[in-house]
Design a protein around this ligand. Structure first.
Ligand code: FNR
Length: 384
């Protein structure tokens, strides 16, 4: 049971750090090389200052019935209780051996948000989908939670196609293709700690009989099965074999954001993989700003999401003010999971939601639309 008062994401981080073995804590927490991007993601948010609007009635007596944090994504096919989703992260059983992703999905349902399940999940995607379905039916019939599937495009395209088909069969509602991982970033902690998967924990979605990636899935050490040849034409191929909406995760350059629109995808996630891939990559909130400027009016053609370094409700507000549809959080979810399973993840999401709601009130915003309209940010101090 938690001992210290856990009031914010950093409290959960510290508590998780004291609980987890160093090898696992380092696997979750660190970035690549000198970890400059990891630091920059958070710092770039901190450097953006808010300029709140006052003397706006944000009480429950006002016309809009106080603060409404709800928002819709993917052409209004999904509703989020607040604009924050669960980023795809590998191997949740390292944080919570007993339930892993099954705990995370319970929290996603309870909080009416989207969980993006990793290709490298430690529970099979079908079991996660069954748990999702079950939780909604039995405990949270009002929940608007959905599952999305994060796809690593494997060298073996038949296995890739099988993953897509399974995701469709299991009722996942979108495919999130991660494109910033043509090779693994230089994560020195893997070498320092001689990172190995504990017995019984493996990447279950790769364990198919005829999948040639089982060795990687079992050990996380042999050749990465992800295809370095991945290019825009493969995005077209994936779009041609699936009816699911396609979202590209790992965009930083404005040219790539334009290219994504040209290729007809439904969304992009501006992301540098939480600072785990290319070090000295631009912080994501700065990239969001540049991409919004570059896209101009075209930005309304797709959903634009951002992840990396979101630790407070004010960070979410800043991302929305800059034009993001919603954000995703990675590590905060893992800290919640390590501290207290499903309850811990639920608490982390509730902390972010309460902070976000308070920030909206203090900025005179009653709806998500108000955040976009109210011109709340001072943007002169770019992160250096
Ligand atoms: C990740 N991330 C990730 N992304 C992805 O597309 N597939 C994956 O399997 C993983 N696995 C993974 C494991 C761990 C331990 C971390 C920390 C991250 C990246 C993730 O989706 C997201 O981009 C970042 O975590 C966002 O940054 P924050 O919120 O962790 O700062």
């Amino acid at each position: 049971k938690p001992q210290r008062l856990l009031l914010n994401i950093e409290d959960y981080h510290q508590q998780a750090k004291s609980k987890l073995p160093a090898m696992i804590y380092d696997f979750y927490s660190t970035g690549s090389d000198d970890q400059l991007t990891l630091i920059d993601n958070e710092r770039a948010f901190r450097q953006i200052k808010l300029r709140p609007k006052v003397l706006i009635d944000v009480s429950s007596h006002s016309t809009n019935n106080s603060i409404n944090c709800q928002t819709q994504v993917l052409n209004s096919t999904a509703t989020l209780s607040f604009p924050c989703m669960i980023a795809p992260t590998a191997l949740h059983r390292l944080a919570n051996n007993e339930h892993g992703e099954l705990a995370t999905v319970r929290a996603a349902v309870a909080c009416s948000t989207i969980m993006c399940v990793s290709t490298n999940a430690s529970v099979d995607m079908k079991r996660i989908a069954d748990e999702h379905h079950q939780q909604i039916r039995m405990n949270y019939p009002q929940s608007t939670s959905q599952l999305w599937f994060q796809l690593y495009v494997l060298k073996n395209r038949r296995n890739t196609q099988k993953l897509i088909e399974r995701a469709e069969e299991c009722n996942y509602k979108a495919l999130v293709i991660t494109v910033d991982h043509c090779e693994q970033g230089n994560r020195e902690c893997y070498i320092r700690n001689n990172f190995t998967l504990p017995n019984g924990i493996q990447a279950e979605n790769l364990m198919d009989d005829d999948n040639d990636n089982t060795e990687f899935g079992k050990t996380y050490r042999s050749d990465i099965p992800i295809d370095a040849a991945l290019s825009w034409k493969d995005i077209d191929w994936i779009r041609s074999i699936t009816s699911l909406p396609v979202i590209i995760k790992g965009i930083i350059h404005p040219d790539d954001a334009r290219e994504a629109i040209r290729h007809g995808v439904q969304g992009i996630i501006i992301s540098n993989h939480g600072g785990r891939q290319l070090d000295t990559c631009q912080g994501t909130i700065d990239a969001l700003r540049d991409i919004m400027i570059a896209l101009g009016n075209d930005k309304d053609q797709i959903d634009i999401y951002v992840d990396g370094g979101i630790r407070r409700g004010t960070d979410i507000l800043k991302a929305i003010a800059l034009g993001a549809k919603a954000v995703l959080v990675g590590r905060p979810i893992l800290w919640g999971l390590a501290v207290d399973g499903a309850q811990g993840v639920q608490s982390v999401l509730n902390i972010l939601k309460n902070e976000f709601r308070l920030a909206m009130m203090l900025c005179g915003c009653q709806t998500i639309e108000d955040i976009r309209k109210n011109n709340l940010l001072i943007l002169d101090n770019r992160s250096k």
